[in-house]
Design a protein. Structure first.
Length: 196
């Protein structure tokens, strides 16, 4: 098993992405997938990694934080991860146009660094991957169990949903990772044997 697959298994965070991607989102959380400019910007950022992306919403430290969290949620394996799909740019575009979510992000990011300093004496980005995962896992559990109430849990839930939305509505997620072959006419329907 490649090292990245071990890493993905160890995270346990992606384990619930499948249920998250049944799209149990409020309609305002999915607006981005209908906005061509969001994915165009995300795909351009992913296609030209040497050209720095200039976030509209995030400060540089926030950009590093959201990029790290997206990478922990959907890391690259033999298929592309969140970074290759341009997910941080997607999240930046969504938050730049939604003040309520943007404020929630900033409260949550502050909570995460405060909690990280309390438990480990350093900000989240300065922790080892093992400690980052140990800090995010209880937040993920609360989100997956629909018990998220604290700023940290709500923050993680928002980032997880936006990461899943951005990834699974991008070419890297939908076609490369999931192998979606839509927009094709089928001449038959295997398994459907009764008369219509």
């Amino acid at each position: 098993m490649p090292p990245n697959e071990d890493r993905r298994d160890a995270l346990k965070i992606i384990g619930a992405i499948g249920t998250t991607c049944a799209f149990p989102f409020a309609s305002d959380e999915l607006w981005g997938q209908t906005q061509a400019h969001v994915h165009a910007a995300a795909q351009a950022a992913a296609a030209a990694p040497s050209a720095p992306y200039n976030p509209k919403f995030f400060s540089q430290p926030e950009w590093k934080l959201v990029s790290r969290m997206a990478d922990l949620i959907i890391p690259a394996t033999d298929s592309p991860g969140a970074l290759a799909a341009g997910v941080p740019a997607y999240i930046d575009m969504v938050l730049s146009e939604n003040a309520a979510q943007g404020n929630g992000f900033r409260r949550g990011a502050e909570w995460l660094d405060t909690r990280s300093r309390e438990l480990h004496g350093a900000e989240f980005l300065n922790l080892t991957e093992t400690r980052q995962i140990s800090l995010l896992t209880p937040l993920c559990d609360a989100v997956d169990n629909n018990t998220a109430k604290t700023d940290g849990e709500l923050f993680f839930g928002m980032i997880k949903k936006l990461t899943a939305d951005g990834f699974f509505t991008s070419r890297a997620g939908l076609i490369d990772a999931l192998g979606y072959k839509g927009n094709a006419v089928r001449s038959d329907f295997p398994g459907c044997v009764h008369e219509h």
